[in-house]
Design a protein around this ligand. Structure first.
Ligand code: ADP
Ligand code: ADP
Length: 226
């Protein structure tokens, strides 16, 4: 089963068409890069995936659950890192995670165990008592990833996650998310407008003006590319 299936999705803001017959899948355990310039429709697609907007046309399945038919189940399988951070800067890393777990009704013992696991996986163990305000941008992103993974989703969606980071932190974050994929089998959808965040063995989707203009292995697209 695919982590994500997008079938014939279309979306328009009034008369302005933002997505047109977009179909693709993101395979389990793979790093899928969604590349497109500003205005391509990436944010619109993410708003549909996260149900910020209702589907107008087509179908989306997350880990097999239809967003139309079983939206709660589908959304429970998704972990999202939005472009705009929603961390509380004045709480510690641990408090942010605890707050999120409580908000989602996670029993305390389960929350404690998962927070521990995520702090280690995101290499944040030594930052647990730091206020988010004291962390650099790269660390803050890792806190957001930890939070997105607390409910054990099947797909981790990152929307322009490297925006606003300096080049070294950008590189480190990209590397870190790839490690989650390769070593922990996480399925990732990474959106970006920056070609240098794509690697040869990625599953690559290229969106332009609301249409998927290329999809396949990044190295194949590079060979055939024109
Ligand atoms: P153009 O590409 O012709 O310059 P835009 O895409 O910038 O047009 O904008 C078209 C309309 O959609 C405008 O009314 C603009 O305010 C609105 N719009 C564009 N992008 C957004 C956005 N991300 N959020 C809200 N409104 C937007
Ligand atoms: P990206 O995230 O790839 O930059 P978007 O999904 O934000 O692309 O935008 C896709 C198209 O839809 C653009 O032409 C944009 O101007 C338009 N658009 C986005 N949001 C709105 C909105 N709220 N109202 C009108 N047009 C919008």
């Amino acid at each position: 089963m695919n982590a994500l299936e997008v079938s014939d999705v279309g979306f328009a803001y009034g008369a302005r068409r933002a997505l047109d017959q977009v179909s693709f899948t993101a395979a389990q355990g793979r790093f899928t890069a969604l590349l497109g310039p500003n205005g391509a429709g990436k944010s619109t697609l993410i708003a549909l995936l996260t149900r910020l907007y209702d589907l107008q046309q087509g179908q989306i399945h997350i880990a097999g659950f239809g967003l139309r038919e079983t939206p709660r189940k589908a959304l429970a399988r998704l972990g999202v890192v939005f472009q705009q951070s929603t961390l509380d800067l004045d709480l510690t890393v641990e408090q942010n995670l605890r707050y999120h777990a409580a908000l989602h009704g996670m029993p305390r013992a389960v929350a404690n165990e998962r927070i521990e696991v995520e702090l280690q996986r995101q290499q944040l163990g030594d930052r647990r008592r730091s206020k988010v305000r004291e962390l650099n941008g790269g660390h803050r992103r890792r806190v957001e990833i930890a939070r997105a993974l607390l409910h054990r989703p099947d797909l981790l969606l990152l929307d322009e996650a490297s925006a606003g980071l300096d080049p070294a932190s950008r590189q480190a974050l990209n590397q870190h998310v790839r490690m989650l994929c390769q070593e922990q089998g996480m399925s990732v959808l990474w959106t970006t407008h920056l070609l240098d965040e794509v690697r040869a063995d990625d599953d690559l989707l290229v969106l332009n003006r609301g249409r998927l203009v290329a999809q396949g292995h990044a190295h194949e697209l590079a060979e055939n590319g024109d």
